[in-house]
Design a protein. Structure first.
Lengths: 114, 113
């Protein structure tokens, strides 16, 4: 069975500071890993994903994440936070044979302060 | 434009009054699913469908029904809603492979009083 743990339900960052959101997973088979973002009153949209190949993955809006198999982690970073990054972020895992089922973490709410 | 459309966006209803939340996608995706989002719990899968007339339970199916008579539509039915079904609901669709992007609707905020 797969599970996802996001460390920290709320994160506050200053505009221009590093954004770091932590995600650890457990999976019995090599997983596919995703980060989704949810802006207020909207659905989720894909930020980035890891399937195979290069372990450092770049996504939209300047975000990137690194898959570390030995640490079972997929942390999300952005070098410089912008006010528009205020949103809720979800890490999700899909097992290769799961037909698209996503297992989500609890989410991390990001607040950006001026 | 590729999209998943849910209706209604907001719904307040009373305990026991049957309701349906509609979901439609225009991307010819085989896989569709319903999630509920609750604070501190993230999104949990309610039901999913791998194709027309093929549906199965997700992690929290109690109190819900679904149908998939057409590929594009996947309605969520609450036969007898209860207050513990007050939540934010999302419909999603994707291709059949686990490594593809899921597209989400805008969400339906349901309150059962």
């Amino acid at each position: 069975a797969q599970s996802v743990t996001q460390l920290g339900s709320h994160v506050s960052v200053s505009e221009g500071a590093l954004v770091l959101l932590r995600c650890n997973y457990s999976s019995s088979v090599p997983p596919y890993l995703f980060w989704y973002v949810q802006y207020p009153n909207q659905g989720l949209q894909l930020l980035l994903k890891y399937t195979t190949g290069a372990t450092l993955v770049k996504g939209i809006n300047g975000f990137e994440a690194e898959f570390k198999k030995s640490e079972t982690s997929f942390h999300l970073t952005k070098p410089s936070a912008h006010m528009s990054d205020a949103a809720e972020y979800f890490c999700a895992v899909s097992e290769s044979d799961s037909w698209g089922k996503l297992q989500f973490g609890a989410g991390t709410q990001v607040v950006v302060t001026p | 434009e590729a999209q998943v459309t849910q209706n209604p966006r907001y719904l307040i209803t009373v305990t026991g009054k049957k309701l349906t939340v509609t979901c439609s996608q225009n991307m010819n995706h085989e896989y569709m699913s319903w999630y509920r989002q609750d604070p501190g719990l993230g999104l949990r899968q309610i039901y999913y469908s791998m194709n027309v007339e093929v549906t199965d339970k997700g992690d929290v199916p109690e109190g819900y029904k679904v149908s998939r008579k057409e590929k594009r539509n996947f309605p969520l039915i609450l036969e007898s809603p209860s207050p513990n079904q007050t939540s934010l609901y999302f419909c999603a669709s994707s291709l059949r492979q686990g490594n593809t992007e899921a597209f989400f609707g805008q969400g339906t905020r349901l309150t059962v009083v």
